[in-house]
Design a protein around this ligand. Sequence first.
Ligand code: FAD
Length: 290
Amino acid sequence: MLLEQILADCKAAGKPSISFEFFPPKTDKGEKNLWQCIQELTQLNPSFVSVTYGAGGTTQDRTLRIVKRIRKETALEPMAHLTCVGSTQDELAALLNEYKAAGMKNILALRGDAPEGMDKFEAVDGGFAHATDLVRFVREQQGFSIAVATYPEGHPESANGVADDLKYLKVKQDEGAIAAITQYFFDNDAYYRFREQAEKIGITIPIIPGIMPIGNYEQIVRFSKMCGASIPDWLHEKMQPIAGDLDAVKAMGIEVATQQCQNLLANDVAGVHIYALNKSEASLAICRNL
Ligand SMILES: Cc1cc2nc3c(=O)[nH]c(=O)nc-3n(C[C@H](O)[C@H](O)[C@H](O)COP(=O)(O)OP(=O)(O)OC[C@H]3O[C@@H](n4cnc5c(N)ncnc54)[C@H](O)[C@@H]3O)c2cc1C
């Protein structure tokens, strides 16, 4: 089903959408874990599930294989992430044709990050430099609902901070995106400010919060520095003293994400997108708490 329809159905039923994000594993063991995770999360009847898209050739093939299998073997609605990294327009068109042939309806159109070993993203000859171009291109291929990424605390490369992200989110909407999913954040007020500013410049598509359950605090601190997500003082005060005890961090991560979702859901979000990262435990606990 098209994401547009999924979100409209949720709205009509007065329910938020709940979605989970997975990544294509690199090993047989990882693949087994993923399928177990998918099986466990299926009981929550998610509105859709998404599969990330890596920077290299074989990783990219894995996304196609995983979403095809989700479509064939489960009742879940998969959404494939797609980036501009390393692909010409012809290659992107060929991949989109494969998705179409496999009955795929939903694409998360992204620019992508630089592949390992490269400092920064560079468009290939005959490819695209920005997600805004990819959104237009996917729309022109017809038949897909298009979602995009956005950054309530600003993308690290945005010279003018959040103002740039708002500007380009509007362009993504104008080019055909029907929903945005945010980079994870822990400060709901930053999200509310972003949403309010978005509304002011005519952004009407749902901005679905991306929720990251913390499983390893030190890792999150490192990753947040790279992706521009702030760690509020209150979170640091909760997590820092227990950082060495992974079980305690996991339990606190579930509590924090539950409270974050409760606050968001009480403030009129269309849904929440949980970065499940091929693990079911935290997502199951958060959804049960909700
Ligand atoms: C929900 C979500 C899912 C993700 N999934 C993946 C994934 O599967 N694979 C992966 O590799 N990465 C993924 N990412 C990471 C993402 O690829 C990176 O954050 C990347 O650096 C930016 O992608 P984007 O689509 O937001 O790019 P863009 O929207 O192109 O933004 C990148 C930068 O360019 C600027 N910009 C945007 N449009 C224009 C324009 N038209 N002209 C000038 N400047 C512009 C923006 O302000 C920003 O600073 C995901 C991120 C999110 C939030």
